[in-house]
Design a protein around this ligand. Structure first.
Ligand SMILES: [Zn+2]
Length: 480
């Protein structure tokens, strides 16, 4: 029996500055109030959990439209990691952003998390978004899915993957009519997979502890429940989040009461709110056809909206309009990174690659671990026909983010600039990874087998390919 939050972890956890700890009686210290994990741990091994999570990730990528935006991913990942770090769990598999304006989020064993664009754009601040993440993280840390494991006992892991992916896909739908139809299907699957009321309460309670430890206002969890409730009364169908996370009045008032016990002293944080504005507008243009009239109006006095609008014009190849907007923006400290990235995109679009590099290089040198900056620098090296420099950045990135399709795509482009037989082999190897993590497992294995044949005279490389073929084949027929 291990307790999730042992004393040592509590000391190490970063305590948010604006909590008055003296007001929390020791015996009522909510940070110690985490249940002990018990027998459910034995149900499946951690390795199996990881395989399930990765398989569902590939299904989700195959069946749902996801947002591919390194800047946005990096921002969301940073918020997520701060909360996730409070659990003491190992590395998560991924946090996926789904191009869907309904409010929804879900978590899968092994640490796969998905957040709908709708959740981000419906939130009023980062703390509300953190509350949703914290709730999902708590479902995983408390292993709430063990119930569903019991219900499919004897059917093997693939059956569970099928159910999880089915639920994930069924609860996503772009238009309301289909959502109602899909709703009943999801509800059927959901019956076997949805969490119990007690588990929902526990996810609220423990999630709230995680978010406070990470420095977020617990009141915003209750606030977001209200946002969800309002959105459900406007629509003729329930937000899909409710199907899998039923929200009751008592759950809402409990969250409100519990949040009060933390005596969290929330001060207005201008920089944090500015950051949220950037995330929100960026999500809006990455996930839908924005209402241009509204965006134009907002862009007049909101530089986060203006940056989103400039990006949108670049995407639409309206370069002069983009430049006109960018020329007028005076970025704040929080906005500088994204501002430089968008200028860099603009220079890229004009084939001015040196200028594109200059625009972000000092940001990259200050924060080389930032995925968005690193990927941008690597892509410019590719455009400048310097695959060696690109690979120096991309190889470590592919180790840190082995399931990131965009990183493998860049590696494939860089490999394409090489010469000789190694070019063909590497292009195939990286194409295989792109296909694999997009859910096209059979095609991925085919690409890799082709690479294997070409590498027959290169024992070291061939050995690596052999190993990867075996891994992909195992992952493909998970339970045979
Ligand atoms: Zn839930």
């Amino acid at each position: 029996m291990t307790c999730l939050m042992s004393g040592t972890q509590l000391i190490r956890a970063e305590q948010p500055l604006n909590i008055d700890w003296s007001n929390i009686p020791a015996q009522k210290n909510p940070y110690l109030d985490v249940p002990v994990l018990g027998s459910s741990q034995g149900l499946i091994s951690q390795q199996q959990e990881k395989e399930i999570g990765e398989k569902v990730l590939r299904e989700v990528r195959l069946q749902l439209a996801t947002i591919q935006d390194p800047w946005l991913e990096t921002e969301i990942q940073q918020i997520f990691s701060g909360i996730y770090a409070q659990t003491g769990l190992g590395q998560p598999i991924a946090v996926v952003l789904i191009k869907d304006l309904q409010i929804n989020a879900f978590a899968v064993p092994g640490g796969l998390f998905a957040i709908n664009a709708g959740t981000i754009v419906s939130a009023k601040n980062i703390d509300q978004l953190a509350g949703v993440m914290a709730h999902e993280i708590a479902h995983v840390s408390q292993r709430h899915y063990s119930r569903s494991m019991e219900s499919i006992k004897g059917q093997g892991i693939l059956a569970l993957v099928g159910l999880l992916a089915g639920l994930a896909v069924a609860t996503q739908s772009a238009d309301a009519g289909a959502a109602v139809m899909m709703g009943s299907q999801a509800a059927m699957i959901g019956k076997r997979l949805s969490y119990s009321r007690d588990q929902e309460r526990e996810a609220d309670r423990i999630g709230m502890q995680y978010m406070v430890l990470a420095g977020y206002d617990p009141n915003s969890m209750a606030d977001f429940f209200e946002v969800m409730q309002r959105s459900s009364t406007q629509l003729s169908y329930l937000p899909e989040f409710w199907l899998t996370h039923p929200l009751t009045t008592s759950r809402m008032s409990e969250a409100r009461l519990r949040a009060r016990q933390f005596n969290f002293n929330s001060k207005p944080d201008y920089a944090r709110q500015q950051r949220f504005e950037l995330i929100k507008w960026r999500t809006l243009i990455s996930s839908s056809n924005p209402n241009l009239t509204q965006l134009n109006i907002a862009a007049q006095n909101n530089s986060a909206a203006a940056l989103a609008l400039a990006s949108y014009h670049i995407q639409q190849a309206q370069y002069q309009q983009a430049k006109k907007i960018l020329d007028k923006i005076q970025p704040s400290e929080v906005q500088k990174n994204l501002y430089h990235l968008i200028w860099s995109d603009w220079y890229k679009s004009q084939n001015q690659f040196d200028q594109a590099l200059v625009e972000i290089f000092s940001d990259y040198q200050i924060a080389p671990e930032n995925k968005a900056l690193a990927m941008q620098v690597a892509e410019i090296y590719i455009l400048k026909n310097q695959p060696e420099q690109a690979n120096q950045i991309l190889n470590p990135l592919s180790t840190r983010f082995p399931r990131d399709v965009m990183v493998w795509q860049l590696l494939q482009r860089a490999a394409n600039l090489q010469t000789g037989i190694i070019r063909e082999i590497n292009v195939l190897r990286y194409r295989a990874e792109v296909q694999f993590w997009n859910g096209q497992e059979v095609n991925a294995i085919k690409s890799l087998l082709q690479a294997q044949r070409l590498a027959k005279d290169q024992p070291a490389l061939k050995a690596r390919i052999d190993q990867r073929v075996a891994q992909m084949q195992d992952a493909h027929d998970l339970d045979s």
